[in-house]
Design a protein around this ligand. Structure first.
Ligand code: NAP
Length: 217
């Protein structure tokens, strides 16, 4: 029987999710690393397994694809993996006048940032409640706290994450299941390129992904 403890980490191929994968591995916690970029996940898996005494399972999938999302939960159940943590870091943003953006991309963003996160919270809260133990770390943003013109959809998705977490946290009080929302300001990752923010913004402080992770642990 596999007695290792696992963390499921979405968005593990890059940025904040990757930093979480490294930190869990460093602490001897095995990881199931989810993102679309199979090659990047495989490289990270090889690196973490060679450095640390923990499994680092690469699980390539598109979380914005509703029909394939259940495969992750099924994989964990079928293999009797002892999941103690879920980190929802997969996500992206966009930038510009809402009515000029690509609506298909905006809708996929809502599917990923909100609905995939919602579904994984649903599935893993049930798993964690059965054993009265488990932690869910949902990556929101400082964009969650107010409307953000030119990032209208993105900020709204992050408000969803924060509001959802606050309610779940209350519902689960005393159950042994902890649901968190992390609200970073600007972090130096691929996020800005992917959001179409061309010129490097001169934010007063751009944190590193590992800084965000250290604040959580
Ligand atoms: N960077 C910031 O300033 C900042 C600030 C506050 C909050 N955040 C939030 O932090 C989280 C992580 O972002 P990051 O800054 O680390 O950016 P990042 O480096 O671009 O990482 C995004 C991750 O999401 C994955 N992803 C994107 N679409 C996916 C899909 N359809 N299915 C599965 N995985 C998908 C990407 O992997 P693949 O491309 O391989 O799929 C990648 O691993 C996001 O939720 C973001 O909104 C970022």
């Amino acid at each position: 029987m596999n007695m290792k403890n696992y963390a499921v980490i979405t968005g593990a191929s890059s940025g904040i999710g990757q930093a979480f994968a490294r930190e869990f591995a460093r602490r001897g916690i095995s990881t199931i690393m989810v993102a679309r970029s199979e090659e990047k996940l495989n490289q990270l898996s090889a690196e973490l397994e060679s450095k640390f005494n923990a499994d680092a399972i690469s699980f390539p999938m598109d979380l914005a694809d509703l029909s394939s999302r259940s495969s992750l939960v099924k994989f964990c159940a079928t293999n009797n993996l002892e999941i103690d943590y879920l980190v929802n870091s997969a996500g992206y943003g966009s930038n510009g006048l809402f009515h000029k953006l690509d609506i298909q991309r905006e809708m996929r963003m809502a599917e990923l940032n909100c609905l995939a996160l919602q579904e994984l919270n649903y599935e893993f809260v049930k798993v964690f409640l059965k054993k009265k133990r488990g932690t869910i770390i949902n990556i929101a943003s400082t964009a969650a706290f107010q409307p953000v013109p030119f990032m209208a959809s993105y900020a709204a998705t992050k408000s969803f994450v924060l509001s959802f977490r606050l309610a779940l946290h209350r519902e689960l009080k005393g159950s042994g299941v902890n649901v968190m929302a992390v609200c970073p300001g600007p972090v130096g990752t691929n996020f800005f390129d992917n959001a179409g923010i061309k010129s490097s913004p001169t934010f007063p402080s751009m944190h590193t992904p590992s800084y965000v992770v250290k604040k959580v642990f």
